[in-house]
Design a protein around this ligand. Structure first.
Ligand code: ADP
Ligand code: MG
Length: 267
């Protein structure tokens, strides 16, 4: 670890990869879903993951956020290892307290928004900072108001999710993910459940986050977002990373037949 990097809230140095995954495998019963994934995400990098349905994209995100327990390999988030394989091939897992602390550094946005329907927008935004992180309520409220303005929803703090459009709800979900001041943002098809006319506003918010320097891993089928906002495009198929690199290469000049075939669908 470098001595010169800026120390982050997580206590690691800024030039340490935020995510480092090696040899990650995961099966559900007989179905091998991840067949040995290696992935690095640098601080400030925007990685867009493309791939057909069932290729393992969500499972990979869920392993990074410890929502799934992998079968083999290892992943570090902010330099902290949460599971590893011993030389004998046995898999060890971090203690629950370590996993909980790690998860608090990761903001996740899901296809179905997953807002708390019985809470107002403001309550949704302050729940984790106050309840999990011990942030004083008035400070959390101030931060929530700032975040709402950032996602273009100033003044909507007293609305309930059902009173908002899908695009607005998803922007609240993004603000909620930001409210914990995450070191890493994971997006799992954040626009797939939206009516087409609402996709643009959510992608616009995500582009702003990318430009602001957030570290992001985004699973999406929005090729234009990948082209404009990604530093790295990862193409997954059948549990492996088939090809990865800058968007100009992977989208503009794919080398693998499977990547070419997949991209054909979007022409
Ligand atoms: P993607 O996000 O690329 O569409 P997923 O990671 O969601 O792919 O799923 C990959 C495969 O794993 C699919 O065949 C899916 O049905 C299966 N799968 C995912 N989660 C589970 C689970 N909890 N139990 C059983 N099978 C699962
Ligand atoms: Mg998925």
């Amino acid at each position: 670890m470098s001595q010169t990097g800026t120390t982050t809230r997580a206590g690691t140095t800024a030039d340490h990869p935020v995510v480092c995954a090696r040899g990650v495998r995961k099966s559900f019963g007989d179905l091998q879903v991840l067949k040995g994934i290696d992935l690095d995400v640098r601080r400030g990098e925007v990685v867009v993951v493309l791939g057909p349905s069932g290729s393992g994209k969500s499972t990979l995100l869920r392993c990074i956020n410890h929502l799934e327990v992998m079968d083999a390999g290892w992943i570090t988030v902010d330099g902290v290892q949460i599971g590893y394989e011993s030389r004998g091939g046995r898999l060890f897992h971090a203690r629950d307290s370590v996993i909980a602390r790690q998860r608090q550094r990761v903001g996740m946005v899901f296809q179905q928004f997953n807002l708390f329907g019985h809470m107002t927008v403001l309550e949704n935004l302050i729940e984790a900072p106050v309840g999990l992180h011990g942030v004083p309520r008035d400070e959390a409220v101030r931060r929530a108001r700032r975040l709402l303005a950032q996602v273009g929803l100033e003044g909507r703090e007293d609305s309930y999710p059902r009173q908002l459009s899908g695009g607005q709800q998803q922007r609240v979900a993004i603000a909620r993910a930001l409210a914990i001041e995450p070191d890493l943002l994971l997006f799992d098809e954040p626009t797939s459940a939206l009516d087409p006319e609402l996709v643009g506003e959510v992608l616009g918010t995500m582009r702003e986050l990318a430009a602001a320097g957030y570290t992001m891993v985004v699973v999406t089928h929005e090729i234009s977002f990948a082209r404009e906002a990604a530093d790295t495009v990862v193409f997954m198929d059948d549990g492996v990373i088939v090809e990865q690199g800058p968007p100009e290469d992977v989208l503009g000049n794919p080398q693998e037949e499977r990547t070419k075939a997949f991209l054909q669908r979007f022409l």
